[in-house]
Design a protein around this ligand. Structure first.
Ligand code: RB5
Length: 150
């Protein structure tokens, strides 16, 4: 199972740790950058990961200092549902209720141990569908509605 992983400069070390954990668990992480701690712009990394997620129909992980900027950027891309998760409960419900396809983490907020557990919980949890299906479809409808307005 492939997983797209990306971070800006603030999250390079955490990305490295998460990639190692994913590989140890038998996943195939796709490293979408950044590859050094030289300053980069988080929307560029959000786009790299979002393209992999949409083209391969896989899950993704995005990291920046807070997880905020990179999740806002990713959520501008139709088809992406990026959830900023600071705890395990949010990570589980982001999949069960929201069918999130990207989890965003703040490297300056969440320690590596918790971040690794958030990632594992996110990846191992399935969308519950049922009453949540209609709500997720309404998110897609919003994308389509406002795409026509610009
Ligand atoms: C970079 O300094 C920082 O702004 C970025 O990593 C992120 O926290 C933005 O939301």
């Amino acid at each position: 199972m492939k997983i797209a992983v990306g971070s800006d400069h603030a999250g390079v070390q955490l990305k490295h740790d998460i990639i190692a954990v994913l590989a140890a668990e038998g996943y195939e992480p796709i490293d979408c950058g950044a590859y050094t701690e030289d300053s980069v712009d988080y929307p560029d990394i959000a786009e790299n990961v979002a393209r992999e997620v949409l083209q391969k129909n896989i899950l993704g992980i995005l990291i920046c200092g807070t997880g905020i900027g990179i999740s806002i950027a990713a959520n501008k891309i139709p088809g992406i549902r990026a959830a900023l998760c600071n705890d395990l409960f949010a990570a589980r419900l982001a999949r069960e209720h929201n069918d999130a396809n990207i989890v965003a983490i703040g490297s300056r907020i969440t320690g590596s141990g918790l971040a690794e557990e958030i990632v594992k919980t996110f990846i191992k949890t399935s969308f519950a569908a049922g009453r949540h299906q209609r709500r997720v479809e309404k998110i897609t409808a919003l994308e389509n509605k406002f795409r026509e307005r610009v």
